[in-house]
Design a binder for this molecule. Structure first.
Ligand SMILES: O=C[C@H](O)COP(=O)(O)O
Length: 271
């Protein structure tokens, strides 16, 4: 996380909670309400970091109503979208529906989509194109599995995923792009990549973005780390120069814990 000479962040920190297939629409509303109340009580960096939640599709309308009605400073997104715009695609959700529901972001290429739904880099590239057609900012997820990491090929593997997934994305579109580095071996396992591991990969990703889209866009792009992030380890990871935020799974289901991650600056000061 880089801070400029005037004390402001070069890139706005982004703390994102991916609920995965947890929380029905009633539980989802309760969780967002609790999160908003908790954050209000402790202002710290709430006005500086953007806070985003990614509920299941069935919760999004309820979350939208709550966020708009109570003017909450929380944004929301979807966990996936269809590569198609409309038509006979049973069970799919169009980016245009997400846009209409006020989604700021959509996750694309989460490792659980890649693994359980056979999403290849080609499919992910098509989904990125759909997100751009409907003006919902994609949060592209990349990251290596354990075997690749053990073989020491994690950087090359992840940069290849990045390059293939970004096929067809223009520099103009890349102005609205967030990338989450999520090593698969660290997701939901309690294993967390060390701050140096997260920095190594985020720096490599930023370098690849600079080559592809130019320095200016690379320096503006928010890069997140995801994989067993908790309040206890978030600040150390986000202290790294190229890590601009976190994509949190399990710990985002607990409002108090997630709010503590949002308050990472407090930890930066008191650590
Ligand atoms: O999208 C979030 C990631 O998959 C991380 O999940 P986790 O924090 O439960 O390890």
């Amino acid at each position: 996380m880089t801070i400029s000479q005037n004390g402001a962040y070069v890139r706005q920190p982004l703390i994102a909670g991916n609920w995965k297939m947890n929380m029905d629409h009633v539980q989802g509303i309760t969780l967002v309400q609790k999160l908003a109340w908790t954050l209000k009580d402790h202002e710290h960096n709430y006005d500086r970091a953007e806070v985003a939640v990614f509920p299941p599709f069935t919760d999004i309308r309820g979350v939208q109503t709550l966020v708009l009605g109570d003017k909450l400073e929380v944004v929301y997104g979807a966990q996936d979208l269809s590569a198609q715009d409309s038509g006979a695609y049973t069970g799919e959700i169009s980016g245009q529906f997400l846009k209409k529901l006020g989604c700021s972001y959509v996750l694309v290429g989460h490792s659980e989509r890649r693994e359980y739904h056979n999403e290849t880099n080609d499919v992910i590239a098509a989904k990125l194109a759909a997100a751009y057609r409907h003006e919902v900012t994609p949060m592209l997820c990349v990251g290596e599995g354990l075997e690749v990491r053990k073989a020491g090929e994690h950087v090359a593997f992840t940069l290849n995923q990045l390059a293939e997934s970004l096929e067809g994305v223009s520099a103009e579109q890349a102005e609205n792009l967030v990338i989450a580095y999520e090593p698969v071996w660290a997701i939901g396992t309690g294993e967390v990549a060390g701050p140096a591991d997260a920095q190594e990969m985020c720096a490599a990703i930023r370098g690849a973005l600079a080559e592809r889209f130019g320095e200016e866009i690379a320096e503006k792009t928010q890069l997140l780390y995801g994989g067993s992030v908790k309040a206890a380890n978030a600040a150390a990871i986000m202290r790294e120069r190229d890590v601009d935020g976190v994509l949190v799974g399990g710990a985002s289901l607990d409002a108090e814990e997630f709010a503590n991650i949002v308050r990472f600056e407090h930890h930066l000061v008191t650590d």
